[in-house]
Design a binder for this molecule. Structure first.
Ligand code: NAP
Length: 507
């Protein structure tokens, strides 16, 4: 791989661990969540040690560090929602809560001694490709580095998205987002507005409903909610997983393949009928008020938006101190949220459960490719990448959980690990063949994007009758991998040089 000119500044005393200053990196990794951590581990295992993870916060964990709202948990079973090379026999429940997942990531990071390769409080402000040097110049809040390759592990759930509601700035009470929960604020007796009824809101609403004075849930689109088959994992099971790791692997495989079968229904919305009936029965059991049921029954096909799992959200809506408001929010004033019917809903706290900037990734505004344009400009509102990972015009960049890699049915950790396979094989190939820069050929990338469009046609995501963040501002599915995940794993297993433009390393 290319060796560039010397960087201006390389060492900062505020590092996560202690290490000799690195002048030039083989790989710069942005973000220390599942993606960044997984890449770092694989690099270490391959004997590549001259890499750094740049993390803007003070700890490992990414979205599982940031989202600490009450009730935060994963809706993918724990045995599957973990690295294949670091199974955790000690999961306490079938669906783990956030603190346990965060602790798992901290443990794995320590196990691979990643502190010394991490620079906390180093937010990446800019990364620009230098064509003459064939390297990336990475500017952080605490210094500048150069790197042969850049792995974007900042994901899609890193930057909270606030609703664009007029007057929000004039609100006299407390306002915060579910991803930056105000643990210092006692909600007891408060009059709380929750905006949004997505995966996060349905987890924290049941936790706060019993303590707040009044809770107004502002629902724009009702979600489909299925029972959550959660249970404690017994001590005996854990003992077996410790003693016989292959048993845990078998359980993991079984969960994986069971979830793969969901794809049949996503790809053929008519097959969603049975699951919809199950969800309707779940609602009838949990919500007694027919008027409330009417309000919260979705009018689109299940799967069009993410299917949510909960046993306690619907009963929370049935409480006397909880109301569901379906009128559109038109503004906020000092003491109230105002809806289109003219009602001022008096509140002293607003919690935005309004998700993340997914289709306009903030990091894409900070990465500049060969022609100097930002990735965001290059994408023009519709993200795309060859194999969901590499982008023509942006040499040696790997976007993990970037375009077309999100899932509605299975574990994204599987997708991340598949992408890391490609990163590793590409780096291996570059070293073996003295390649300085690699980027997908435009025709290969175009063919991939066309395939994504073809595979998306007819699916529930476009035919289901809803609008969702799965589709971007241009109406394109640039977020989801629209089919089974095993072909993705196979496709990314080996770096295929014929699909790429390869530039020799500088001698
Ligand atoms: P989300 O799924 O994007 O939901 C956002 C909610 O806010 C939706 O109900 C949306 O309504 C509503 N909303 C957005 N802007 C609004 C506005 N201006 N006025 C009124 N309502 C507005 O966000 P999230 O629940 O935070 O979840 C984000 C991601 O994290 C998802 O991918 C989710 O699956 C993931 N997540 C996963 C887990 C897990 O267990 N693995 C847990 C939590 C979150 P519309 O539906 O009408 O757009």
């Amino acid at each position: 791989m290319g060796t560039g000119t010397a960087p201006e500044r390389t060492h900062d005393p505020e590092t996560a661990g202690s290490s000799a200053p690195l002048a030039h990196l083989s790989v710069a990794i942005v973000g220390n969540g599942f993606s960044g951590l997984g890449t770092a581990i694989r690099l270490r295992q391959a004997g590549i040690d001259d890499f750094l993870i740049f993390e803007r916060h003070a700890d490992v964990g990414g979205t599982w560090r940031d989202n600490s709202y009450p009730g935060c948990a994963c809706d993918v079973p724990s045995h599957l929602y973990s690295f294949s090379f670091a199974l955790n026999p000690d999961w306490s429940r079938s669906f783990s809560a956030q603190p346990e997942i965060h602790a798992y990531l901290q443990r794995v990071s320590a196990q691979y001694d990643l502190d010394r390769s991490t620079r906390n409080h180093h937010e990446v402000l800019d990364a620009t490709w230098s064509e003459p040097d064939r390297h990336w110049r990475v500017t952080t809040t605490r210094g500048v580095w150069t790197a042969d390759a850049l792995v974007l592990g900042s994901g899609a759930l890193s930057d909270p998205s606030f609703p664009d509601v007029p007057g929000l700035d004039d609100f006299a009470g407390e306002v915060f987002h579910s991803a930056t929960w105000r643990h210092d604020l006692d909600l007891t007796g408060r009059k709380v507005a929750v905006i949004g009824t997505g995966a996060s809101a349905i987890q924290f609403v049941p936790e706060i409903a019993p303590v707040v004075g009044k809770l107004s849930v502002f629902q724009r689109t009702p979600p489909w909610i299925m029972p959550r088959r959660d249970r404690p994992i017994t001590a005996a099971e854990r003992m077996i997983f410790h003693a016989f790791p292959p048993v845990q692997r078998l359980v993991r495989e079984a969960i994986y393949w069971a979830r793969e079968t969901f794809v049949f229904a996503f790809r053929d919305p008519k097959r969603m009928g049975k699951a919809e009936k199950l969800a309707e029965r779940h609602m009838r059991r949990q919500v007694t008020d027919p008027e409330m049921r009417e309000k919260i029954t979705p009018s689109y096909a299940m799967g069009c938006k993410r299917i949510l799992l909960s046993n306690n959200y619907l009963p929370a809506l049935d409480r006397g101190n909880v109301e569901v408001v379906t009128d559109k929010i038109v503004g906020v004033r000092a003491d109230a949220v105002v809806t289109a019917d003219g009602t001022a809903h008096e509140v002293d706290t607003i919690i935005a459960g309004t998700g993340f900037a997914i289709s306009d990734l903030p990091i894409s505004h900070r990465v500049h490719g060969r022609d100097g344009r930002s990735l965001a400009d290059h994408w023009g509102g519709t993200m795309f990448a060859h194999n969901g990972t590499m982008i023509n015009g942006f040499p040696n960049v790997f976007t993990l959980l970037g375009p077309n890699t999100g899932l509605g049915h299975n574990s994204v950790v599987f997708m991340i690990e598949s992408q890391i396979n490609l990163v590793m094989d590409a780096l291996r190939y570059m070293r073996a063949h003295r390649i300085g820069a690699v980027e997908p050929r435009k025709d290969a990338q175009d063919a991939f994007v066309a395939e994504m469009r073809e595979l998306t046609a007819g699916t529930v995501w476009v035919e289901g009758g809803c609008s969702s963040w799965y589709l971007d501002a241009n109406g394109q599915n640039s977020a989801l991998w629209p089919t089974f995940t095993m072909p993705f794993r196979r496709r990314l297993k080996n770096f295929r040089p014929e699909e790429y433009v390869l530039t020799p390393a500088r001698s």
